[in-house]
Design a protein around this ligand. Structure first.
Ligand code: PLP
Length: 303
């Protein structure tokens, strides 16, 4: 069985100079400590999907990801722990004949079967464009299985992420709960789980997501909660050049934050979130008395 290592996750005060000067409090919600093999927000999003898979009698999970996808590793680990089969469709057919990187190796070690797709086939398989590798072809090829979207964000995932604000007591009008945004499932859940008055802020880690990511969050709200919410927004100015890009000043910020607070800072998501909050606080974007809670959604890569 897949047990959470730690729930509720710890909440620690982290107000340092930049924030204190702006009259803003910063707390960290340590979801990075949640589970050893299914990290942070991936666990939050997967847990209700796994329960549904078991309840519906599925024996196989199928999902998608890139060469270093945390989501793929998380699905592989969770499926392995639950005795389910798992299939991972990986973007990039050229990877098939290369030595596995640490991430794909970990997925395979958990029992995941990997198949490598051309970029065109990958777009069709994930449903992004129609074509011969679409959902019906997946059913024919793999039989009955629970298909999880790329990044794991579906309605149940958003419902799982709504447990994050539920673990934060006494949220009110001074509170802003903040997280990085990849596909938007985590932000959707956090916003939906907030009490009246409190707000959610997402920091996009990819470039050019304006409009698209907002539409995704609204779609997940309708699908998971049957309504839309107006208590959230996404910052698009702190993606650092694009997904996976970590400019030197961001790396320096993350290193400094780690030294000051003794907390490992994952670079692709968490560093961008924390740097955005420091930047916004320094620029006076938050009224004095604001209490920020940054969700530390994951762990640094092992390599
Ligand atoms: C996957 C991931 C995210 C992105 O979450 P979404 O729900 O896709 O927006 C954020 N932080 C970390 C550490 C992740 O691994």
């Amino acid at each position: 069985m897949l047990e959470p290592a730690l729930l509720p996750t710890p909440l620690v005060d982290c107000t340092d100079e930049v924030f204190a000067r702006a009259g803003v409090e910063l707390r960290l919600k340590r979801d990075d400590l949640l589970h050893p093999s299914v990290p942070g927000n991936k666990w939050r999003k997967l847990a209700p999907n796994l329960a549904a898979a078991v309840e519906q009698g599925h024996t196989r999970l199928l999902t998608f990801g890139g060469a270093y996808s945390t989501h793929l590793r998380a699905v592989a680990a969770a499926a392995g722990a639950l005795g389910l089969e798992s299939v991972g469709l990986v973007r990039g057919e050229e990877l098939a004949d290369r030595p596995r990187n640490w991430s794909l190796r970990a997925a395979e070690r958990s029992g995941m079967r990997l198949e490598f797709l051309t970029r065109a086939a990958y777009r069709e398989a994930t449903g992004r464009v129609p074509g011969e590798y679409g959902p019906q072809a997946l059913q024919r090829r793999w039989g009955p299985c629970l298909v999880l979207p790329e990044g794991g964000s579906n309605a149940l995932a958003a419902v799982g992420a709504a447990a994050v604000p539920a673990e934060l007591a006494d949220l009110d009008g001074r509170d802003v709960v903040c997280c990085p945004v990849g596909t938007g499932g985590t932000l959707a859940g956090i916003a939906a789980g907030l009490p009246p008055g409190a707000r959610a802020l997402g920091v996009a880690v990819l470039r050019g997501g304006e409009g698209y990511l907002e539409a995704e969050v609204a779609r997940l709200h309708r699908a998971g909660f049957g309504r839309e919410f107006d208590n959230w927004r996404i910052d698009h100015a702190h993606h650092g050049g694009g997904y996976g890009k970590v400019p030197p000043e961001l790396a320096a910020f993350a290193g400094e934050f780690e030294r000051r607070h003794g907390i490992p800072v994952e670079r692709r998501y968490v560093a961008k979130l924390l740097a955005a909050l420091a930047d916004l606080a320094g620029a006076g974007a938050f009224p004095r008395g604001t209490r920020l809670t940054a969700v530390v959604t994951g762990l640094p890569d092992p390599e």
